[in-house]
Write a protein that binds this ligand. Structure first.
Ligand SMILES: [Fe+2]
Length: 375
C-alpha cells in the first residue's frame, strides 16, 4: 500500500503528514468482502443511496448463531456500504449484549486490537442518567439521547436562548470526532419514544464526496480540520470531577479534546472515500486556510448536505427500534422536536473506537468502485 508521501499529498518524514495524516498509512487494509451469511434475512433499502432495514431480524439471533462471527463481520460490511442499518423490535436485547455486539462489529472488521468501546468523557457527571435497572455504564451514553439530562450536564455551555428559530444544521455530526481515535460503529437502541417526533437522520459522506468536482476533491484531500470540543473540560471543572481516561483507545487520554482529522477519509472496510471532518458539530476550523476560507469550505459542505436530501436516510423511531451506523462515512442529526409532543424518549447508545483516520490516496469513491455514473 503506497504511503501518502509517495503520492505527494504530504512531505513529512516523521510518520505523520504536515496535516497530521499518518504518512505511512499503517492501517490501510484491503477492502473486506461480504460472504453472504446475511442473505437469509429479509431486508429493503431505505433509499437508493443510503440505509438498509432488516424488518424482522433480531440482533440476538445473530449473537446466538453458530456462525455469529461471520454474520457480524458481514453486517459490519453491509453497515459500512449502506452507511446505516435499521432494525425493529429489539426488546429482547439487553445492554451487555448490545455492548458486546457493537464491540464485535469493530473487532471483527479490522479495528486495531488495542481499541474497544468508547468511554464517554463526562461519565462521572452527577447529572448522568441511570439505566432502567438503576445502574450506570461508562460505555453507554444514555444521557446524550435525553434532552433534559443534557441541559443539566452541560450547564457550563453558553445560553443559546434566542427569539429566532434554531438553525438545525448544527445537529449534524460524526460521533467522537473530538477524540484522537474517533468512533467507527455506533449502536443506538430506542427503548421509549414519543408517538411521533425525534426522528434521526443520516447523510452519506460517500455521496457528498461524489457530488464534488475532481479539482475540488483534490483540494479537500489536502486538508485537515481541528475538532475541538472544550465543553467536556469545562463541564468537568464545573462539576469538580475528572474526565474519564483512557476512552476506548490508549491514544484517547487527557482533557484536550482538539485533534486534527482529515477532511477526506478512507473507510477501512469498504476502501471508499468520504467527506469526514469538513463539517459538523465537533469541527471547529479547517486548518491552514484563512478564516473566511475556513467558513466558506464548511458552508459549502453543509450546503451539499442540506440541499441534497437524496443523500439522507430518516429513521422514524418505534419502541425498541435500533440503528447501527459507521461514523467514518455518515453524519447523523437528531431532530429536537420532542418537546412538542407527550412521551419520553429514552435511548441507549454504545460506540466502538476505530482507527486513526487516514486517507489512502489509492482508494476510490463509492460511485467509482460500484461503477455508478455521477449523474
Ligand atoms: Fe451522535
Amino acid at each position: 500500500m503506497p504511503s501518502a508521501t509517495e503520492n505527494g499529498t504530504n512531505g513529512a518524514t516523521n510518520g505523520t503528514s504536515n496535516y497530521g495524516i499518518p504518512a505511512s498509512c499503517p492501517s490501510c487494509p484491503e477492502p473486506l468482502k461480504y460472504s453472504g451469511t446475511l442473505d437469509q434475512y429479509p431486508y429493503f433499502e431505505v433509499t437508493p443511496i443510503i440505509g438498509r432495514e432488516y424488518p424482522t431480524l433480531k440482533v440476538t439471533d445473530i449473537l446466538r448463531a453458530p456462525n455469529a462471527k461471520e454474520q457480524i463481520r458481514d453486517l459490519a460490511i453491509i453497515i459500512s456500504e449502506r452507511g446505516v442499518v435499521f432494525f425493529r423490535d429489539q426488546g429482547d436485547l439487553n445492554v451487555p449484549d448490545q455492548k458486546k455486539f457493537c464491540d464485535l462489529l469493530g473487532k471483527l472488521s479490522g479495528r486495531p486490537e488495542e481499541n474497544g468501546l468508547h468511554v464517554h468523557p463526562i461519565y462521572r457527571d452527577p447529572g448522568n442518567l441511570k439505566l432502567p435497572d438503576g445502574t450506570t455504564d461508562e460505555n453507554i451514553a444514555s444521557y446524550v439521547i435525553n434532552s433534559d439530562a443534557q441541559k443539566k450536564i452541560y450547564k457550563t455551555m453558553a445560553k443559546r436562548q434566542t427569539d429566532e428559530p434554531r438553525d438545525l444544521s448544527r445537529e449534524w455530526h460524526s460521533d467522537s470526532t473530538f477524540e484522537n481515535v474517533p468512533s467507527d460503529f455506533s449502536f443506538l437502541k430506542m427503548e421509549e419514544t414519543p408517538p411521533h417526533g425525534g426522528d434521526t437522520l443520516w447523510c452519506s459522506g460517500y455521496e457528498i464526496y461524489d457530488r464534488i468536482s475532481p479539482p475540488f476533491r483534490s483540494f479537500l484531500e489536502g486538508l485537515t480540520a481541528t475538532c475541538a470540543q472544550p465543553v467536556f473540560r469545562s463541564a468537568a471543572a464545573a462539576g469538580n470531577y475528572e474526565v474519564m481516561s483512557p476512552r476506548g483507545s490508549p491514544l484517547n487520554t487527557g482533557d484536550e479534546f482538539a485533534p486534527s482529522h482529515p477532511v477526506v477519509r478512507t473507510n477501512r472496510i469498504t476502501g471508499w472515500k468520504a467527506i469526514f471532518a469538513g463539517v459538523g458539530l465537533h469541527v471547529t476550523k479547517i486548518n491552514g486556510v484563512y478564516a473566511h476560507e475556513d467558513q466558506m469550505i464548511r458552508d459549502y459542505i453543509m450546503r451539499l448536505i442540506t440541499r441534497n436530501h437524496d443523500c439522507i436516510a430518516r429513521m422514524k423511531w418505534t419502541k425498541n427500534a435500533a440503528a447501527i451506523w459507521n461514523n467514518t462515512c455518515v453524519w447523523h442529526a437528531a431532530t429536537p422536536d420532542t418537546h412538542l409532543v407527550e412521551g419520553n424518549r429514552v435511548g441507549v447508545r454504545a460506540s466502538s473506537i476505530g482507527e486513526i483516520p487516514y486517507l489512502d490516496p489509492n482508494s476510490k469513491s463509492r460511485r467509482e468502485a460500484l461503477g455508478i455514473p455521477i449523474v
